[in-house]
Design a protein around this ligand. Structure first.
Ligand code: GLN
Length: 478
């Protein structure tokens, strides 16, 4: 029997040409999950029966000569904050335990229409709040490269699933770095597209002005392929950009000859020395590939973290008000309605979610609104202006994804500030609405992967994938 390719594009061409069946592909991945996910806990739920049935349907289409999609037979794992029709969607929260959405997220239906097969729902920090996937109500996810370490977060289950070979690709959501940071810590590729490029319809909202869905993959080309499939206008999301999906796969091998790539000279500190060493190696590799490295400044970058931790909790405090024990999931009965709300939320939300709701409610309260939320919005605008000025002189910017390699489980759970600082390099692009991706670029301490982050202006995905492809081609060498 033909062996199973490791990439999504390889699987799709093998399945559609009939050299391997979709069922064989799905069974092989389900076997891997059964063998190793007990230790890793990438999944909240494995949808084995649904996956096998879908694979059989694709094989029947192929046998009958009917056309199949560009992702025919490709197993994919979905972050458990993406709505899946009739299938539990928990956000790793007790408050949503047992809730089955009555509809699919737009990204889920687009992937299915392309022939991709969901193998399950992946673990996350509760409601996507966190950087280590230790804030899940259903237990932490472990980093497949070293089980004593975290996979990053909040999409740690999706990153771990790809790193462990449970699926060649997965989807996450990124509000302040939740795709890119776990991608970096697990040694895989992770992409946050331009805000509005991918529909948020059916993504359980955390901070609506920042949330974007994007892929994890083992190659830059697979990440581009998934981005193409899930992008494009959706009338069900009022912030969806009214244009069709761009072509991106071709950009990956285009090279960076003639491109101007920014090096930020006033990058906020805190990165481990080996991360900075990999950053320098990345610039050497890009220069060797024909790019011009241009020094730039982004003076407002050091204020991004503070602004984000006002804006994101403020939006979260409003978005999470819908979980009141009436409409979804858990209800804890009490003497009257108000007591029922309180008892449901006290039992249903974890500590970090409660912390964010309190922070956000405070930042929005009368008397503090201007001082906190209003000021954070001004900082957000200044950050966007700094980027606009920089992009007059460069086509893309390269900075580290995470200041740290994968850290030990338990190391930061009692120190929210230390956890928040993991996002220092990923948050600015969410505030600006720009695309960014993390590409593995060699290893640092303890032979753990280091991710380089490629930033580009709004709708600059093609430039971003050119640089990402060049970094991948350089292989983290030097
Ligand atoms: N770690 C950040 C937070 O906790 C980002 C999370 C995310 O992007 N969803 O808010």
């Amino acid at each position: 029997m033909a062996s199973i390719p490791s990439t999504a594009s390889g699987i799709a061409s093998a399945v559609s040409s009939g050299s391997v069946s979709a069922r064989t592909v799905v069974d092989a991945h389900l076997e891997q999950i059964a063998a190793r996910d007990g230790d890793i806990h990438a999944f909240n739920l494995v949808t084995a029966d649904e996956a096998r049935a879908q694979a059989d349907a694709i094989d029947a289409d192929i046998a009958a000569g009917r056309p199949v999609g560009p992702l025919a037979g490709v197993p994919i794992a979905l972050k458990d904050n993406l709505c899946t029709h009739g299938i539990d969607t928990t956000c790793s929260s007790k408050i949503l335990e047992g809730w089955k959405p009555p509809y699919d997220a737009t990204v889920v239906s687009r992937l299915r229409a392309a022939g991709a097969i969901s193998v399950g729902k992946t673990n996350l920090d509760e409601f996507a709040m966190g950087s280590s996937t230790e804030n899940s109500a259903f237990g932490a996810t472990k980093n497949p490269l070293d089980l004593s370490r975290v996979p990053g977060g909040s999409s740690g289950g999706s990153a771990a699933a790809v790193a462990a070979g449970f699926a060649p690709v997965s989807l996450g959501s990124d509000t302040g770095g939740s795709i890119r940071q776990p991608a970096a810590l697990c040694g895989v590729v992770g992409v946050k597209p331009t805000y509005g490029m991918v529909s948020r319809y059916g993504l359980v909202a955390y901070a609506s002005s920042l949330d974007q869905i994007g892929p994890f993959a083992t190659t830059v080309s697979d990440a581009a392929l998934i981005t193409e499939v899930i992008s494009g206008h959706d009338p069900m999301d009022s912030t969806s950009i009214p244009q069709s999906a761009p072509s991106l796969v071709g950009a990956v091998t285009q090279g960076v000859s003639g491109m101007r790539i920014g090096r930020v000279t006033d990058l906020p500190g805190g990165a481990e020395p080996e991360v900075m060493e990999r950053l320098n190696a990345a610039f050497d590799a890009l220069a060797a590939a024909g790019a011009t490295i241009v020094d730039i400044t982004l003076p407002s970058l050091s204020f991004a973290l503070t602004a984000y931790y006002l804006i994101a909790p403020a939006e979260a405090s409003s978005n999470l008000a819908r979980f009141d024990g009436v409409r979804y999931g858990l209800r804890v009965n009490a003497a009257d309605t108000n007591a029922m709300y309180g008892a449901t939320r006290a039992a249903g939300f974890g500590d970090e979610v409660k912390r964010r709701i309190m922070l956000g409610t405070y930042a929005l309260s009368a008397g503090y609104y201007d001082a906190y939320y209003g000021k954070a919005l001004k900082v957000r605008r200044i950050i966007a202006e700094d980027f606009d000025a920089a992009y007059k002189n460069v086509d893309a910017i390269v900075i580290p994804t995470s200041p740290l390699v994968a850290f030990k489980a338990g190391e930061k759970v009692d120190d929210p500030m230390a956890m928040y600082l993991c996002d220092i390099y990923t948050i600015p692009t969410n505030l600006a609405g720009h695309p960014a991706m993390s590409v593995p670029f060699g290893t640092g301490a303890h032979h753990l992967p280091v991710g380089m982050q490629v930033l580009a202006p709004a709708l600059g995905e093609a430039a971003m994938f050119r640089v990402g492809g060049a970094l991948e081609a350089a292989g983290g060498a030097q």
